[in-house]
Ligand binder design. Structure first.
Ligand SMILES: [Zn+2]
Length: 339
């Protein structure tokens, strides 16, 4: 298993850009499909590992048939029949329970079709829930692929409102599958197979409608875009984002979950770091606090917004890099100068 994990790590490449895509280069001469199957058959706990085998083979297969583009997705188990899927847009999480599937977020229509295909390969269970962390198109654009397939689409009431109003403005309501089950600030919970799923709402942050979905028995929490791991965040002021409140939300998350909680993040600079622990929550909180401190200091010193936008790094948070610092600076400037 370590060997296979190593092969995967070495061969993941990252393409810079707004919508991060993951590429896998496989070397069929070195690692034939027969190699994978033989390797896995020899494992003592073949049944437990069959999900991993499927995940690896699916990557292999999609590359083998990609005719040179070598663009593919990753479908990977984490623990307790829960895993992640990455292709284009915010990280998807999935649960394969004895009573059916639950999927957190849906990226765009094409990747959504891929995750649906992969889950169907795991068995004929029904699709019970599609859970949206928030309304942004890279998390809900693929909802439409679940139309007629999933029993319920679930989101916080603000996420539903935002998804609807954004689609109305863009005249694209026909391309949406809106949540039929929305919850308020007290959250929502359900049982599915042996798993308990709880939705938490902690207040305004990246938008005014961000939820955390906790798979309690597995102790896996999908925090959506409440964490941009080592990557400059989008701060959606037009849809109720607030940096000060976001910091408070991250404190609540730190208090709510424990050191064994495995977090799934909406976005990460390193494609390997779409999961993490409480230290990553604390690091992102430090980024947001450093951003506010820096912009407050600069505004007090009489700097204009244009001066501010020349910054290439936030002092105190050097791990946050890449494109998009202007979005952080603009949002922080607006928040600080508006009071
Ligand atoms: Zn978002």
């Amino acid at each position: 298993m370590n060997h296979l994990a190593m092969v995967m790590n070495q061969e993941q490449l990252q393409v810079p850009g707004f919508n991060r895509k993951y590429l896998f280069k496989f070397k069929p001469r070195q690692y034939s499909r027969g190699f994978f199957i033989t390797y896995l058959m020899e494992r003592r706990q073949f049944i437990q590992q069959s999900a991993l085998a499927l995940a690896i083979l699916s990557i292999y297969k999609s590359n083998a048939f990609a005719n040179g583009t070598q663009q593919a997705y990753q479908f990977k188990p984490l623990r307790n029949n829960i895993g992640v899927f990455t292709e284009q847009g915010g990280t998807i999480a999935w649960l394969n329970s004895s009573e059916g599937f639950a999927v957190v977020d849906s990226q765009f229509p094409n990747p959504a079709a891929h995750v649906i295909d992969e889950l169907k390969k795991l068995g004929g269970n029904p699709f019970k829930y599609l859970l949206n962390t928030h309304h942004h198109g890279d998390h809900t654009g693929g909802n439409i692929a679940f139309k007629g397939l999933v029993e319920h689409v679930v989101a916080h009431e603000n996420s539903l409102k935002n998804q609807k109003s954004t689609a109305e403005k863009a005249n694209s309501l026909d391309k949406q599958l809106l949540p039929d089950l929305s919850f308020g600030n007290k959250g929502w919970k359900t049982k599915l197979g042996g798993e308990k799923i709880t939705a938490h709402y902690f207040g305004a942050a990246h938008t005014n409608g961000d939820s955390v979905y906790h798979f309690e028995n597995a102790n896996i929490a999908h925090v959506g875009d409440l964490v941009f791991n080592r990557r400059y965040p989008f701060i959606d002021t037009a849809n109720g984002a607030n940096i000060r409140s976001w910091i408070n939300v991250l404190d609540q998350i730190s208090n709510k979950f424990d050191n064994n909680t495995l977090f799934v993040f909406g976005h990460a600079r390193d494609p390997e770091k779409i999961t993490g622990n409480k230290a990553d929550i604390a690091a992102f909180k430090n980024y947001l606090q450093s951003l506010l401190d820096f912009v407050s200091k600069e505004v007090k010193a009489g700097k204009t917004k244009e001066d501010l936008l020349k910054a290439t790094q936030i002092p105190g948070a050097p791990e946050w890099q890449g494109d998009g610092i202007a979005r952080s600076l603009t949002a922080a400037y607006a928040e600080i100068t508006s009071k």
